[in-house]
Design a protein around this ligand. Sequence first.
Ligand code: GTP
Ligand code: MG
Length: 204
Amino acid sequence: MDENFRIKQAEFATSYCIGQKLPAELPMELAIVGKSNVGKSSFINAVTGNGKLARTSQQPGKTRLVNYFLINRSFYLVDLPGYGFAKASKTEQKSWGELMENYLASGRVRHVIMLIDIRHEPTMHDLAMFRYLLYYGIPYTLVATKSDKLPRAKRVAQANANAKHLGAPPYAIPFSSQTGENLQLVRDRIGQIWADCLPRDDKE
Ligand code: GTP
Ligand code: MG
């Protein structure tokens, strides 16, 4: 595998909502989950090096659809709507639940990158999401976002403590889409997941 995994090409592919057909499957679909406003769309923009790819907003609840991005013309990165959006109505919460249930239970997702805010203990929604991943046996990587908001000396310990609170092994990657902290580490992780998905013959 390439030591420094590179994203050479990234483009918006399609959006999915309930009732529509999902796009044809590729060898890998990597989904980004996390509470509303945690930085999922910013994460996708940072990782792809394209600040305009996924729409971001200071207002929680910006992403309402499942957005597919095609990476290196080979696999999908998938931006999901956030959970725990305080102002969401009951109807919105229900449709969010159905959308996620439909999507995550589809068996298409090879790996989930779950984002948690480095500054806060996981919420009950984070706990529910994490249990969901375990229930469906979906492999995951934990990334602690907005690391720039904590003093450098506290980042690793805080990220790991939050992972532990979630009930996971105590490891989350401190990450900032603003400063690019651990950006290459995250890209390499994606490269690793991608290499694991390929049939043996295709591996470099
Ligand atoms: P929804 O689509 O509503 O679920 O939100 P999201 O998780 O996609 O969050 P988004 O990427 O839109 O970011 C939300 C806000 O957090 C925006 O104002 C971003 O600029 C800010 N933000 C995202 N990542 C970082 C980060 O690493 N550091 C800092 N300081 N701010 C960030
Ligand atoms: Mg978003």
